[in-house]
Design a protein around this ligand. Structure first.
Ligand code: LRH
Ligand code: MN
Length: 430
């Protein structure tokens, strides 16, 4: 039987830390009470927070230069689900898995669905892949896919997306994410307007095939793999397409897909206001689409994004139903540990955003008191909510210290014994 990290191990590790946590929790509770905030109310909100993990995030990622696989890498979609289960067991906030096709294409959808369900997991969003050529694929995506000049290539790309929808229905998914790398490397290579028309023509076919209760998420990206022009390059063109396609089409914000210093929290506010926010691929970056751990480089930006999301949540904005997903590439860390750390950082930003004194903020905004408005945000961002996060995990059967408990379990070492590496099998983005 494959090694499993069991509840008894988590409980044993928690017992060592519970007294200190309760002391910290009570102290924070008194601090927040002085601010008129009920700590247990916040902990309840934390218990309800959910973010999905990417199947491609449990394997070691790489760059065009190299990939340095770690021990005990998952070698197929079932082993990826096993590792997603460990992340969920320890954080209790990640029951959903985003799948990527064909990387995760199962022989039996029913077998994969019940394997995940037996572990308390469900398939969140399906992701198509027309940015790589598969062995035996008749036509190449070298010069594009859904916007390719050749109708036969567009046909092939549309058919792949339709196959993802059919598989997703069998797996119980409710959304389909479309990111294409289509674009050009040189001026003149691509006709900007005609390429977009071709993309929309293809997307209309995919949209028409969407099951009634499904949504399609379009993911914009400034550049890479194309280095001069990208067909779906920013939120504006994505928003235009979502409007053109219809009420089931939305705009997905991958944090790494913007030029440096772009005000992403403002893009989020716009997409919320326009009723077209699909959700997120959370990660972090210093320069390009670095796919680093969420909150690891710009934690204040992550907080400001959740400040917009919580403001809309509390206001009850109509149709506000964002899908929270991680999309990262773990090149130098244990992938499971990075996913747990990132899930914790998202929950931290969410709980801190619920700590913002919105009445004081609104008053300062009305009075054009810039410093006090910033102060209201900074007070929340500088509040150490770690006791709330750990308490929420412990109360839902998770680990007070997910990474410490993971390391103490010897899970990775056991998986290295169970999963001898197979040449050419890579579970992460390369
Ligand atoms: C493109 C992207 C997209 C995925 C891929 C793995 O950069 O963010 O979401 O399909 O990474
Ligand atoms: Mn992404």
């Amino acid at each position: 039987m494959p090694f499993e990290l069991d509840a008894e191990h988590i409980a044993a590790e928690n017992r060592k830390q519970l007294a200190a946590l309760e002391d910290d929790y009570d102290h924070l509770g008194r601090q927040l009470a002085r601010r008129g905030v009920d700590i247990d109310g916040l902990t309840e909100r934390a218990l309800g927070f959910r973010v999905s993990v990417p199947s491609w995030g449990v394997g070691t990622g790489g760059t065009r230069f190299a990939r340095f696989p770690g021990p005990g890498e998952p070698r197929n979609v079932f082993e990826k689900v096993e590792d997603c289960e460990v992340v969920f067991k320890l954080t209790r906030s990640t029951p959903g898995i985003s799948l990527h096709i064909p990387w995760d294409k199962p022989d039996s959808a029913a077998e994969l669905r019940s394997f995940a369900q037996a572990r308390g997991l469900y398939v969140d969003s399906m992701n198509s892949n027309t940015f790589q050529d598969q062995a035996g694929q008749p036509l190449s995506y070298k010069f594009g896919s859904l916007s390719h000049t050749d109708p036969a290539v567009r046909r092939q790309a549309v058919e792949h997306n339709l196959e993802c929808l059919r598989l997703g229905v069998k797996l119980g998914a409710r959304s389909h994410t479309v990111w294409i790398g289509d674009g050009g490397n040189f001026p003149g290579q691509v006709h900007f307007r005609k390429a977009l028309d071709r993309y929309l023509e293809s997307m209309r076919e995919i949209y028409a095939a969407l099951p009634d209760d499904w949504r399609v998420f379009m993911e914009h990206k400034l550049y890479e793999p194309a280095f001069y022009s990208t067909v779906i390059n920013d939120w504006g063109v994505s928003y235009h397409c979502a409007r053109e396609l219809g009420p089931k089409a939305f705009c997905l914000v991958d944090l790494g897909h913007h030029a440096p210093n772009v005000n992403i929290e403002m893009i989020v506010a716009r997409l919320i206001q326009f009723g077209k926010l699909a959700g997120f691929h959370f990660n972090d970056s210093k320069y390009g689409d670095d796919d680093l751990d969420a909150g690891s480089i710009k934690p204040f930006q992550l907080f400001l994004i959740f400040n917009e999301l919580v403001d809309a949540e509390l206001e009850g904005v109509e149709g506000f139903r964002p899908a929270y997903m991680l999309d990262q590439s773990h090149n130098v860390t244990d992938p499971a540990e990075s996913l747990m750390a990132s899930a914790v950082e998202l929950l931290r930003a969410y709980v801190q955003a619920h700590l913002v004194d919105r009445a004081a903020l609104r008053e300062s905004q009305e009075k054009c008191d810039a410093l006090m408005a910033l102060g209201a945000l900074k007070q929340a961002f500088t509040t150490d909510v770690a006791p709330i996060l750990a308490t929420a995990r412990a109360r839902s059967g998770g680990a007070i210290d997910p990474i410490g408990t993971f390391r103490a379990s010897g899970y990775r070492k056991r998986k290295a014994e169970e999963r001898p590496a197979r040449a050419g099998v890579a579970a992460g983005i390369v």
